[in-house]
Write a protein of this length. Structure first.
Lengths: 533, 308
């Protein structure tokens, strides 16, 4: 009996291994067909160097390749570069490049193209972009062409996360000929080396890409090699969520991005579509608490706020089963996540009340809101409701239960920013999608106070600054990780943020969509998608 | 008559000038900072904000900004979008054909459906058919466009699968549902107007005379009555055309169509000043132009106005 079982298991394992081997890197047969995707927001540019918004990266990653590629498990892989070597200080990086790559316009990819792309990002032509902040903030010096297929990228300071950033869409490589030819219009005429070529962009309507038949340089973690599997990708710009759902239901699109949670779940449960959801790494949806303005200048008041929030219920109400509660300042899928910092506060209304009592805030007149010295426990929250409509009322309700008097002031981003610069706020909303915890420096280092960065907590603490500074330049991964764990612990021990939920990205797919996976930052990896006939 | 024409054109120019001034001032009085809308919520420094403001000319006095804008506008340059750096005039020109196709199709639906039903209702005045048509026209007028659109999508796209729910170009299939959504309420108005106008004309003495002289009923209706009854409808059609070319925002948004109305909404949401100014100026110009043309045509059609 045992023998038979063992034999059975061995056969099963063998079959499993065979399937795994086939599924790994085997060239897949193209399914063809047009993949139409309903997207909510129209990009402003498709120039990777000039882009900043999330919705742009999703499109750019199909047209371009970067020097390196990050697998969903966070490991670095070769892309346009086959080998890479940092110097001891992590301020100079040498890349050996592939020699068999051509841009969509037929020009060859080489060291000159890397230099032209990085110099373009660093030039006056790009005012403000994700790529620009990556280069400029790390004192980009220059890119040196060593020979046709070797470059050296130099920075004025240590940049330990550059290799990881070199795999991001913002630092993708553009065709130097196209950069020169199109000039200011390059963002509407992008030319890269990616699995899809740009075809057309009809403003407010659609962006069309077609398969690059020469593509043979996919990263080795992709499910197949060679050209992409679908003939064309059509991104339909459908700002209305209801329109995106209807278009999916009628078969006019095969994928709908950002579906409303309830509809997505109901369509998936009725077997009409499948929901794909991914908790994005980085800073989850948090409210930064102003530690320089009363009453949140008191640590007990801040702690009481966090304890008053039921994150499980909040995520469930706002996003149904597609949302997950957050308890820390970075989400669990981020490198360097500190479990300890995320275990400090769990919903406890009683403890919240005790801390407020201790701080001298009591409800003497019995109206539900606590007072001290004749002042109400008021929380000022100037905000653009576009960011917080899913949760602001619920959150205000939780705080009111604990005796806070929440003054939610609805306004647009510009007005809210002015209020923040003037210090007229207790809470402000923030999130930041990034696989690495490095954005914490922008959000919590005291150098970023008063609008110089985004340190809206106004909290000055030498140990926190030191940990964040070291994290930014430390080349020893273990020490660097410890730096960020220290920073997270300090942030949460001092109750500087009110964590709410992880930022989840969701897609509703027609049943014919196959091979749908997410990249490390939560963008669908269209290259591997095929359409079942 | 020449005096009237000169006066009319002068008033139009004055209106356009007023519109441009109003739009320019109002949008600058809204609280908030456009640089923040551009830079978004990611890391921004005060230096960068200041740099961007300077670059966009937002630090100049408002009248300097306006003067600069007007001067360029008169030369056909409506500025550059501060969102995606595209020329505003090009962005508007790109969206115009789609709006034009939608407006014309909606108008054709309104005039054909409304015209036929209004005429039949007038001819069967007081019968159940008349009551039915008038009932339907009240419904057509009362149902909000977004609801009408939803019902049509549900029936024609989701249930029957006959027409697309998202509309891209100006083919018949792509235009059918948006044009119907936009045209049906207009058809309701046209039906009521033609019915009232026909009933008025049919009670006139010259119609009784025509009938007494033995003119065939078909001739009485089509040649003598309908021609006169159509005059108010022509004016209405002119005004509606101007209105529809201004952008059917809701319909364009529902069906995710390209168009000037959607461009206006997106630009307002993005606080894209030059784009908003351009769209409003172009729309107002179309409106004023068509209004002026209608008035001028009227002078030729109706001698009474000429005499006044």
């Amino acid at each position: 009996m045992k023998k038979a079982l063992l034999k059975g298991l061995s056969v099963a394992m063998l079959i499993g291994l065979l399937i795994a081997a086939c599924g790994g890197n085997a060239p897949a047969v193209s399914s063809g067909g047009d993949l139409t995707i309903g997207i909510a927001v129209e990009p402003e540019t498709l120039d990777p160097g000039d882009a900043i918004y999330v919705q742009e990266q999703f499109l750019i990653m199909n047209l371009f390749d970067s020097l390196l590629a990050t697998a969903p498990d966070g490991s670095l892989h070769a892309a346009l570069a086959t080998k890479w070597e940092p110097n001891a200080e992590y301020s100079e990086f040498t890349f050996n490049l592939r020699e068999d790559v051509t841009f969509h316009d037929g020009t060859p990819f080489n060291a000159q193209a890397v230099k032209a792309s990085f110099d373009h990002i660093n030039s006056e032509a790009v005012l403000e972009s994700g790529g620009k902040s990556l280069l400029v903030d790390h004192s980009y010096v220059e890119t040196v062409v060593v020979d046709d297929y070797q470059v050296m990228v130099k920075f004025g300071a240590s940049y330990p996360t550059f290799l990881r950033d070199a795999g991001r869409q913002w630092l993708s490589i553009s065709s130097p000929a196209a950069l020169e030819k199109f000039g200011q219009d390059y963002g509407r005429n992008p030319v890269g080396t990616g699995p899809f070529k740009f075809v057309q962009w009809d403003a407010q309507s659609q962006i069309v890409m077609e398969r690059n038949l020469d593509y043979n340089w996919a990263p080795d973690f992709a499910a197949h090699q060679g050209p992409a599997l679908v003939d064309k990708v059509i991104f339909r710009i459908l700002p209305e969520a209801a329109t995106r759902l209807t278009a999916l239901e009628t078969g006019e699109t095969l994928i709908a991005s950002e579906p409303p949670a309830l509809d997505a779940i109901s369509m998936s449960e009725s077997g009409k579509a499948t929901v794909q959801s991914y908790a994005q790494p980085g800073v989850p949806a948090i409210l930064m608490i102003n530690a320089a303005k009363a009453p949140t200048d008191n640590v007990n008041v801040r702690k009481a706020m966090i304890l008053a929030i039921n994150q499980v219920e909040l995520a469930q109400t706002a996003f149904q089963s597609l949302g997950a509660p957050a308890y820390g300042v970075i989400s669990p899928s981020t490198w360097g996540y500190s479990e300890q910092s995320a275990s400090l506060y769990k919903y406890d209304l009683k403890e919240s009340g005790r801390l407020l009592d201790e701080a001298g805030w009591t409800d003497a007149d019995g109206d539900g809101a606590r007072e001290k010295d004749g002042e109400k426990l008021s929380i000022d929250w100037p905000d653009n409701p576009a960011w917080s409509e899913a949760f602001n009322e619920l959150l205000s309700g939780y705080l009111a239960n604990a005796g806070f008097d929440v003054q939610y002031r609805s306004m647009d981003d510009g007005a809210a920013y002015e209020e923040m610069l003037a210090g007229n706020y207790n809470l402000t909303y923030m999130y930041w999608i990034r696989a690495d915890p490095s954005p914490l420096r922008y959000l919590f280092h005291s150098e970023g106070i008063n609008g110089a960065g985004s340190a809206w907590t106004n909290f000055v603490y030498a140990d926190l600054d030191a940990a964040l500074e070291d994290g930014d330049t430390q080349t020893d991964e273990a020490i660097r990780k410890q730096d960020y764990i220290t920073a997270q612990n300090i942030i949460m021990e001092n109750a500087l943020v009110l964590p709410m939920f992880t930022i989840n990205t969701s897609y509703l797919n027609a049943l014919s969509v196959q091979g749908f996976t997410f990249d490390i930052e939560g963008y669908p990896f269209i290259y591997d998608i095929s359409i079942a006939k | 008559m020449i005096n009237y024409l000169i006066r009319r054109i002068f008033t139009s120019i004055l209106v356009l000038f007023g519109v441009s001034m109003l739009v320019f001032s109002v949008i600058h009085l809204i609280p908030g900072d456009v640089t923040m809308a551009i830079l978004g919520r990611q890391k921004v420094s005060l230096e960068k904000v200041a740099e961007l403001r300077e670059q966009l000319g937002l630090n100049d006095p408002i009248y300097v900004q306006y003067g600069r804008y007007l001067n360029k506008a008169l030369h056909g340059d409506l500025g550059v979008s501060i969102r995606n750096y595209l020329p505003v005039s090009k962005a508007i020109a790109d969206q115009m054909p789609s709006t034009f196709a939608l407006a014309m199709s909606a108008l054709a639906i309104a005039l054909s459906i409304g015209g036929v039903l209004g005429l039949l209702a007038a001819l069967r005045h007081g019968t159940w058919f008349d009551t039915l048509i008038m009932g339907l026209s009240v419904s057509g007028l009362s149902i909000p466009t977004f609801w009408m659109g939803l019902l049509l999508i549900l029936l024609f796209s989701v249930k029957l699968g006959l027409f697309p729910s998202i509309s891209n170009d100006s083919s018949f299939a792509d235009l059918f549902l948006p044009a119907l959504t936009l045209g049906l309420p207009e058809a309701a108005i046209v039906a009521r107007m033609i019915r009232a106008s026909m009933l008025d004309v049919l009670s006139k003495e010259y119609i009784t005379t025509a009938r007494a002289k033995g003119v065939p009923e078909r001739m009485v209706i089509l040649k003598h009555a309908l021609r006169n009854a159509l005059i108010p409808v022509v004016t209405f059609a002119g005004l509606q055309m101007a209105y529809l070319l201004g952008g059917a925002t809701i319909v364009e948004t529902m069906f995710a169509r390209q168009g000037i109305g959607r461009l206006a909404v997106q630009s307002i949401l993005n606080r894209d000043y030059p784009m908003v100014q351009g769209v409003v100026l172009v729309t107002a110009t179309i409106y004023v132009l068509i209004n002026t043309l209608t008035d001028i045509t009227y002078v030729f059609l109706n001698p009474k106005i000429r005499l006044q």
